[in-house]
Ligand binder design. Structure first.
Ligand SMILES: Cc1cc2nc3c(=O)[nH]c(=O)nc-3n(C[C@H](O)[C@H](O)[C@H](O)COP(=O)(O)OP(=O)(O)OC[C@H]3O[C@@H](n4cnc5c(N)ncnc54)[C@H](O)[C@@H]3O)c2cc1C
Length: 270
């Protein structure tokens, strides 16, 4: 089936074209969309693109970093303002993928992909659609299938106050370009050496990136040492049903989750 490409100067226009057709797909960097085209995916016959400059912008607004959804992983690595996110972007695919893969596309990438989305979930980012009000990333991920007709313009990311408060760990069997069998992103603000309002997100541990709420609760008021994190490790997969797929079984994911969580919380990531 031939695929028609429609290009729009403004994202709102592109979104209307997208919403008007069930067989249209938005094109970010194309790493997944073009793979589907090449594999002969018959579920869409139209690709919608936009050259709207807002998708390519990056700016600081106070403590808030605004990242255009069309910004690529390679650009995240290269920009000083996004240095705290570079360790996440650096482990997404290989160099060719990183030069195309966008922040917006990662939000929609099916598990086990979505490493960057997991990081944004831990950071409590908000997503700005082309039409409509900003939405929290948690709400977005919970209703992601219903968001397919929408175009995300940008992502608002609160910058961690201390650099060490944000941590990310990707666990894969093939180094350096393997897909995650699990990724963990943590925002761990502290006051007087005690964790306060931690946010922990897992990638590849469910259909979409999800928060480890039991771990967050167990860390509240604790110090980040062996004794302080013991309860958090004990509940590492409480309330979570990890998938069994070609990379790992549910049992394996449950077994290794506390080991990797411990490395991340004690900052022994090497
Ligand atoms: C070899 C290979 C290795 C990979 N490794 C990893 C990895 O290690 N970690 C990882 O997380 N991912 C990985 N990926 C998956 C993918 O490359 C990334 O998730 C990437 O960020 C997807 O972005 P994209 O711009 O290429 O998406 P596209 O292919 O352009 O689009 C993907 C989906 O997102 C939608 N979309 C894109 N942008 C927007 C937007 N602004 N608004 C609304 N919808 C949008 C599209 O309509 C489509 O449904 C890999 C892919 C490949 C092919």
């Amino acid at each position: 089936m031939p695929v028609t490409v429609r290009n729009f100067a403004e994202a709102g226009e592109a979104e209307r074209a997208l919403a008007a057709s069930r067989t249209a797909r938005f094109f970010g960097g194309g790493t997944l969309i073009m793979r589907a085209v090449n594999a002969g995916d018959q579920s869409f016959d139209t690709i919608v693109r936009t050259t709207d400059p807002r998708l390519r912008q990056m700016e600081m607004r106070g403590d808030m970093l605004v990242i255009g959804a069309g910004v690529t992983m390679a650009e995240i690595i290269a920009n000083r303002d996004t240095a705290f996110l570079a360790p996440v972007a650096r482990v997404i695919g290989g160099p060719a993928i990183r030069s195309m893969a966008t922040v917006g596309g990662n939000l929609f990438a099916a598990s086990p992909y979505g490493d960057f989305a997991a990081a944004l979930l831990a950071l409590d980012a908000r997503l700005v659609p082309a039409n409509g009000q900003p939405i929290s990333i948690g709400d977005f991920l919970n209703s992601r299938e219903r968001e397919q007709g929408r175009i995300i313009l940008s992502v608002q990311v609160p910058r961690p106050r201390e650099a060490r408060a944000f941590r990310f760990l990707k666990v894969s069997r093939v180094k350096p370009k393997g897909i995650s069998l699990m990724s963990i992103a943590a925002h761990l603000p502290t006051q007087g050496g005690r964790v306060t309002s931690a946010r922990i997100a897992y990638g590849a541990m469910g259909e979409r990136p999800l928060r480890a709420l039991a771990v967050e609760q167990a860390l509240e008021g604790r110090s980040l040492d062996e004794a302080g994190i013991a309860q958090a490790l004990a509940v590492a997969t409480d309330g979570i049903t990890p998938p069994t797929d070609a990379l790992a079984s549910e049992w394996y994911r449950r077994s290794v989750a506390p080991v990797h969580l411990k490395r991340l919380l004690l900052d022994h990531r090497k």
